[in-house]
Design a protein around this ligand. Structure first.
Ligand SMILES: Cc1cc2nc3c(=O)[nH]c(=O)nc-3n(C[C@H](O)[C@H](O)[C@H](O)COP(=O)(O)OP(=O)(O)OC[C@H]3O[C@@H](n4cnc5c(N)ncnc54)[C@H](O)[C@@H]3O)c2cc1C
Length: 379
């Protein structure tokens, strides 16, 4: 949509070919329906290293300020919460609506239900064929088919296939920002329970940076913002590098220092509390029951140490229906970082998640989609 807008603002005729019956379905789902549309701190360090030259080049021309001006001019009001930017309405639908209004104002034609199956380079440009037999031709083509996550919203990896058919190299797409599969019966027992915790990944001998946030126990393992935030490097290790030795150390009580925790548990034991009551008021009741065996077997010092570093062996990640982003995609080395034109196919431009550009959570993926689309449309 931003690609169509910048192109149409130059007076060029534009047509959007959209597979589904609606534009921007993923925007509606973003940020739990609130749409975290950008981050105050927008720079390439929040993206995968291979993509940084391209990301730098795009943001140097259409970065945080330009993106916010763009939305302001469309009439969107927004606010910041811990650096993350949301529409003032707290409704992702507002973000989609202002884009649709601008598309309409500019007279951009949208052809819905056009599920593009093939792209052929012709003498004058491109010829596209849809699943229902429809055809479209154009002089230039901006391919913004997205990644593989939440295929029900339209993007199912077909953008990669179309780019590959034109000769582009695809870095294996893997789910990123995704819940983790952990075969520990405690997860099943505690499913649905949320706590604030601190997690640290261990991939072989490499220990990651601690991350704080909300942990959600599920019947298959672990989820919640904490897990989504830490999952990128874990998914890469498991799904791309085939590393089996991956675990998480979780501090279930991050708000109490280890020594203080030990002292508190010793004091509680002296008062004659039952094993089940030892963590009452510290952890939710369901967890007090789940961890009671710690106080039947271990002394309080050992129990405190275990609760401050509970180890979960990670056996896998959940799939495309639960991941927020795709890591991988079209090799950014094959794109002109100034224009976003393919170095292999003249007149073909690429933008958004279909490229091997993935940012951390917090508005970075939409930030990339807005900016790269806008720059691709300028050229
Ligand atoms: C649940 C969820 C929450 C998210 N929350 C956030 C958030 O708060 N902040 C953030 O920054 N990012 C978030 N993201 C990620 C963000 O939504 C994406 O990175 C972004 O939408 C990518 O934009 P895009 O235009 O490249 O691709 P998409 O938004 O996926 O759009 C691609 C479009 O191409 C169409 N298409 C695909 N294949 C074809 C084809 N063969 N023919 C015709 N049309 C086709 C699709 O139907 C779709 O409309 C979230 C993602 C999910 C799944």
């Amino acid at each position: 949509m931003t690609a169509a807008i910048s192109k149409a603002r130059r007076g060029d005729p534009v047509i959007i070919l959209e597979k589904t019956v609606q534009l921007g379905k993923k925007i509606l789902a973003s940020g739990n329906g609130r749409c975290n549309l950008l981050n105050e701190q927008l720079d390439s360090s929040f993206y995968n290293p291979e993509a940084r030259p391209l990301v730098n080049s795009v943001f140097s021309r259409f970065g945080r300020n330009e993106i916010l001006n763009f939305f302001s001019e469309l009439g969107l009001h927004y606010y910041s919460q811990d650096g993350r930017i949301f529409p003032f309405t707290n409704q992702a639908a507002s973000v989609l609506k202002v884009l649709e209004m601008e598309i309409r104002r500019l007279g951009v034609k949208v052809e819905y239900g056009f599920d593009c199956l093939s792209i052929r380079k012709t003498q004058n440009g491109f010829s596209l064929q849809a699943a229902d037999g429809r055809q479209q031709t154009g002089q230039n083509l901006i391919l913004t088919g997205g990644g593989c996550t939440y295929p029900a919203f339209g993007s199912d990896g077909s953008g990669y296939k179309l780019a590959a058919s034109l000769g582009h190299r695809i870095i294996k797409p893997i789910p990123s920002t995704v819940p983790l599969v952990v075969k520990d019966p405690i997860c099943h027992l505690l499913q649905g329970q949320r706590i604030i915790a601190r997690a640290q990944s261990r991939i072989r001998d490499k220990v990651g940076t601690p991350v704080d946030g909300e942990l959600l126990f599920t019947k298959y393992g672990l989820s919640g913002s904490l897990i989504l935030d830490i999952s990128q490097e874990i998914s890469l290790a498991i799904n791309r590098l085939n590393i089996k030795d991956v675990s998480l150390g979780i501090d279930l009580i991050p708000f109490i220092e280890p020594k203080q925790m030990e002292t508190e548990l010793l004091k509680r034991r002296k008062t004659g509390l039952s094993p089940e009551e030892m963590l009452t008021g510290i952890l939710p009741n369901k967890l007090c029951v789940a961890f009671k065996q710690l106080f039947e077997k271990d002394n309080p010092a050992k129990a405190a140490a275990k609760l401050k570093n509970w180890r979960f062996e990670v056996s896998g990640t959940r799939g495309w229906n639960e991941a927020e982003f795709t890591a991988g995609g079209i090799d950014t080395g094959e794109i002109d970082i100034q224009t976003l034109e393919s170095k292999l196919v003249k007149g073909l431009y690429l933008a958004g998640e279909v490229l091997d550009v993935n940012g951390v959570r917090g508005g970075y993926n939409l930030g990339w989609a807005w900016a790269s689309g806008y720059i691709a449309g300028l050229n």
